[in-house]
Design a protein around this ligand. Sequence first.
Ligand code: ZN
Length: 226
Amino acid sequence: MEAWHAACVADSPCPRMVHAHLHRATFHRRLGAGLWVLLLMVSAPLARAFDTVVLDAGHGDFDRGAAIGYVYEKHLALDTARRVQQLLEKAGLNVVMTRSRDVFVPLPGRASAGNKHGNAIFVSIHYNYSRGGGGAGAESYYYHSKGYALAAYIQAYLVQRTGMSNRGVKHASFHVIRETTRNPAVLIECGFVSNSTERARMMTGDFRNRIAEGIAQGIVSYKKSN
Ligand SMILES: [Zn+2]
């Protein structure tokens, strides 16, 4: 996540923290497929029982998020969250949306929704941006260690379902996942608005459906692993 975009979802990280995160990202990129599976197996007992999923569509109203022309992250994130909501409800889970229309919800309000319910998980949905348009692929973030397994499951299924390149599971101090302390909390970046190829795909309902299926499958598999 570029600093420009990170500023809208996170407190500004100091350069030293950014450096540490880059190191970690490199480490995850070097992990082979076999190690990924092993990590999932090892992390499986860390999954916890839950019956409620708090879905957080990033940005809203005057906060457009990443934007190129008329393609706004706030719209993509809300549409994707709605699709995930339908899939999870079909799977028998309760879903709470931090926003279900184009309104601005301050970051503390989103985190308090993540902390309100017991037996819940918190999933924040975003699309990415990089200056120059060079970034590509999906990445999943956690802050507290109890969010790691959830991030790993969603990342694995999201990449498998969409064919997007795997930017890995990363640690970062974004407000909503740092301040959601009661439950496992993750932030998912579903590809780059700034990448013309990815933007063209994410503008189709078919591709956003695939993204939603990947996220929902990751959540359901994480639940089953418990
Ligand atoms: Zn965002």
